[in-house]
Design a protein. Structure first.
Lengths: 378, 179
């Protein structure tokens, strides 16, 4: 029996169905980001003595100080190994869980100085997406199980629906405090105040913030305030309809680009979470050559090769550092991801709008917004 | 299986009000399904945007003085400098409320108990003082620091003026003397 489009069953089990092969691409990109940009992580914690220990409610509350450097080296070594396994889709479930737990443990210590970075999506993405079948294509697991018939495979929809729900709820925790603390007051300038704070207090000042702060007109500042609260609140309101949720995600990409260039804070974790709802299989025809090469590579490598590569990368990263990791105050890769996501969002919105204008009438039960690659998603 | 999945969705939704109450009572937990709030507008009724800020004044032997932004002093903290400087070198410990050492809370959560006790102390922890001295020696290898003073002030920007102008009001000072 097919659940009605407005029912909870439909939302959980039907609405976010997507092709398995697309999620394989998503897994590769996620693992590559973790491996080449994030890791090794939080090694700086050992620069400080235990007197700086100020734990939040969580795992570290039961301790009285920070672990030693050896702990972070071992945790990072294992995380690098897990990220390499995730990249090639070797023992994907173990690798996904491992990455999530190791990032969580390292972050727990780093956030015991009194500040929590809101990169929780990097932890819940691998925990959840392993159940969606992101290891079932473009992976060694798929080769091993001889089950790489991408055309016919369908993912389990509920993990992506769960991701969307979690993103919606989390974004609402950002929208509600803003709405309740003056952001919607026509006489306040919240974005302007926070931009001043970033520019003059945190030292995150750049060319964009310097020029933006010269804007004296009331109108753009107030529009920024309203747009921010509206976009953040819209996630939860749109969550039951994948097409609407994707439109909100697209608008949020512009918001994140604005934050990245104005405040030098790149919320890449959020963008990666939105990307779970992207129709990645649309890329298969466009990046067919690359994917063919990838499959060829998977045919040639073995489990010992993957584990050996992971160990070698762990040694190089921990001995010499990750060459792509730059000082915290400068995150060009994060900004680049925000730019790329905003361009993709613009293309998606234009294509969606065009398709929507071409569709003369939609039935009330479908309320469809066709996707850019032609298929209609509800 | 479908019922278990539905229960999972229900648990995620029901967790939200509980998480809200926990965050309100004990501060933001980790992990939590929370995004940065950026709550408040820092603006008063007259259009003044008030920002709390800090500057570090270092006095070296020979009466030489250097000024240093807190984020440079704490650059090894990888972006956590604002929280650290506020907690460790804040202007006043008058509001600090340490837990009694033998209490159940202090025994269950020793890390939090120690942290609260430290922020109530007038004198800086010797470990922190050693770290500060080492850090200043790294930043100024040829000079010997005598004191570091954290000067807390409020930047006030008036947005109703054509070019927002800033004034500075000092709101607190914390001096740390090295031996």
């Amino acid at each position: 029996m097919i659940a009605k489009w407005w029912s909870a069953d439909h939302f959980i089990f039907e609405e976010y169905k997507t092709a398995t092969s697309g999620l394989g691409i998503y897994r590769i990109l996620f693992a590559a980001y973790i491996l080449f940009v994030i890791l090794p992580t939080q090694l700086w914690v050992t620069n400080f003595p235990d007197s700086f220990f100020n734990p939040p409610l969580g795992l570290t509350l039961f301790f009285t100080g920070f672990p030693g450097a050896a702990f972070f080296r071992v945790a990072n070594g294992l995380a690098i190994l897990a990220a390499v396994c995730l990249l090639f889709g070797y023992r994907t479930r173990i690798a996904s869980t491992g990455i999530a737990l190791l990032l969580f443990v390292c972050n727990s210590w780093a956030y015991s100085f009194g500040k929590i970075d809101h990169d929780i999506p990097l932890i819940f993405i691998p925990l959840i997406m392993q159940f969606a079948g992101w290891g079932d294509s473009y992976s060694m697991d798929a080769r091993r199980h001889d089950a790489n018939d991408q055309a016919e495979k369908k993912t389990t929809a509920w993990p992506i629906a769960l991701m969307a729900l979690i993103v919606g709820l989390a974004m609402m925790t950002a929208a509600v405090p803003k709405a309740g603390s003056g952001w919607l007051d026509p006489h306040s300038h919240a974005v302007r105040a926070w931009l001043l704070y970033n520019h003059f207090v945190t030292g995150r000042s750049d060319w964009f913030s310097g020029h933006l702060l010269r804007i004296d007109s009331w109108v753009p500042w107030k529009l920024f305030d309203y747009a921010t609260v509206l976009i953040e609140a819209s996630f939860l309101l749109a969550v039951t309809r994948r097409s609407a949720f994707r439109v909100v995600c697209a608008f949020a990409c512009f918001l994140h680009l604005g934050i990245a260039v104005m405040m030098e804070i790149a919320f890449v974790g959020n963008i990666l979470a939105y990307a779970a709802c992207f129709e990645w299989s649309a890329l298969e025809s466009r990046a067919g050559g690359l994917l063919h090469l990838w499959n060829g590579l998977l045919d040639r490598i073995s489990a010992p090769w993957v584990l050996g590569s992971g160990a070698a990368m762990a040694f190089i990263y921990l001995r010499f550092g990750n060459p792509l990791q730059l000082p915290q105050e400068w995150d060009p890769i994060g900004v680049l991801i925000c730019v790329v996501s905003a361009v993709a969002a613009a293309v998606f919105l234009i294509t969606t709008l065009r398709s929507w204008l071409r569709t003369p009438a939609a039935t009330p039960s479908s309320c469809s917004i066709p996707s850019p690659h032609g298929a209609t998603h509800r | 299986m479908p019922n278990k999945i539905k229960l999972l969705f229900a648990a995620v939704i029901l967790w939200q009000p509980l998480q809200y109450m926990i965050a309100a009572k004990f501060g933001e937990p980790y992990p939590a399904l929370i995004m940065p709030a950026f709550a408040g507008t820092m603006t008063d009724g007259d259009g003044n945007i008030r920002l709390r800020n800090v500057r570090c004044k270092i006095l070296f032997q020979g009466d030489e003085v250097a000024w240093l932004p807190a984020h440079e002093l704490l650059s090894p903290a990888n972006g956590h400098d604002a929280a650290i400087v506020s907690h460790m070198f804040g202007p006043s410990s008058a509001t600090a409320n340490p837990w009694p050492s033998g209490s159940l809370k202090a025994r269950l959560f020793p890390g939090r108990a120690l942290s609260r006790a430290r922020s109530a102390q007038k004198e800086l922890d010797p470990q922190t003082k050693d770290w500060l001295e080492r850090r200043l020696n790294n930043l100024y290898p040829s000079r010997r620091p005598e004191t570091i003073t954290f000067i807390w002030y409020e930047d006030v920007f008036n947005v109703n003026q054509i070019s927002p102008s800033a004034t500075e009001d000092v709101i607190g000072v914390r001096e740390i003397r090295f031996q």
